[in-house]
Design a protein around this ligand. Structure first.
Ligand SMILES: C[S@@+](CC[C@H](N)C(=O)[O-])C[C@H]1O[C@@H](n2cnc3c(N)ncnc32)[C@H](O)[C@@H]1O
Length: 283
């Protein structure tokens, strides 16, 4: 099995941050396709119908909160907003820009059991989780969130999908969104900066099985330096059916699904499953 670089290696200097931003500006479907941006406004009609009174918004892994801002355009102002990200300055910026009666921001590591800090409990809560599942283990994370949820809470999460029924064929269709010049420049700069130094080699993009879920397609950029290989970057691309199996395994219940027209990105609105059995997993 090839060694995997930590995701932080891709953002470990201001120069790498700038190269990532160029990738985002050149390749992000959210920036280039209005249909993808509209996706984040579509859940509002269902949410408005189901929320009986004041609510709190808890934005997990929110970065600057751009997608939450689109969602909130069609919603009454939340009574309370909590923005939470591993990058505290991003969480602070999101809290500053998003509308709410009361606000807080936190540092959170979504890859670990949640700390004991209090999520607000007085109102119904909408948890958002956008753009996070490609890079964090999906089922343990969805389970952790499911355990927090009261019966009147919602989770709205996004998934970058492999369009169609076959995950591997679908992921190959979107490979050019990764295998391009700006992405190569960013990843090659990350390899040059990484310590201990990697040997001379070349970058190869491909679709591989996720090591934890063999039927799940993962786009990977690998550094090939014979005889060794390193995984520099990876992004899960589940099918819709795979996302819905994660929902069931995590003891959640689907209320609505929204897809952008090419089927490359989807949003799921889920609540806690009515008959949750006691957790059997330590996460
Ligand atoms: C791909 S960005 C998505 C940002 C934003 N939600 C969006 O969709 O545009 C992933 C975000 O998750 C945050 N993140 C990555 N790993 C995390 C972790 N372990 N815990 C909390 N946040 C994390 C990053 O700082 C970043 O803001």
């Amino acid at each position: 099995m090839p060694s995997e670089l930590p995701a932080s290696a891709l953002y470990s200097s201001p120069a790498l941050g700038r190269l990532w931003k160029k990738v985002h500006q050149a390749c992000s479907p959210f920036l280039h396709r209005p249909a993808v941006r509209r996706l984040y406004q579509r859940p509002t009609s269902v949410l408005r119908k189901t929320l009986a009174g004041p609510y709190s918004l808890i934005a997990l892994g929110c970065a600057e909160g751009t997608k939450e801002a689109l969602l909130l355009q069609g919603m009454p102002k939340p009574a309370f907003l909590l923005t939470a990200d591993t990058n505290l300055s991003l969480a602070r910026r999101a809290a500053r820009h998003l509308p709410a009666r009361k606000k807080a921001f936190r540092n959170i590591d979504l890859s670990r059991p949640f700390p004991a800090f209090q999520f607000p409990t007085a109102t119904a809560r909408i948890f958002t989780l956008f753009g996070v599942l490609p890079n964090l283990e999906p089922v343990p994370l969805l389970r952790r969130i499911a355990r927090l949820m009261k019966s009147d809470d919602w989770l709205l999460f996004s998934a970058n999908l492999a369009p169609g029924k076959s995950g591997f064929a679908g992921a190959r269709k979107v490979l050019s969104q990764y295998n391009n010049l700006p992405t190569r420049r960013w990843l090659e700069a990350s390899v040059r900066r990484y310590r201990p130094k990697l040997p001379p080699g070349g970058l190869e993009f491909g679709v591989h099985p996720d090591p934890r879920e063999k039927t799940l397609a993962r786009i990977e950029a690998r550094w090939i330096a014979h005889p060794k290989t390193w995984i520099i970057f990876s992004s899960r691309r589940p099918t819709m059916a795979q996302v819905e199996s994660w929902i069931r395994i995590a003891h959640l219940k689907k209320t609505a699904r929204f897809l952008e027209p090419r089927g490359e990105e989807g949003l799921w609105l889920v609540g806690p499953a009515p008959s949750r059995s006691p957790p059997s997993h330590p996460d």
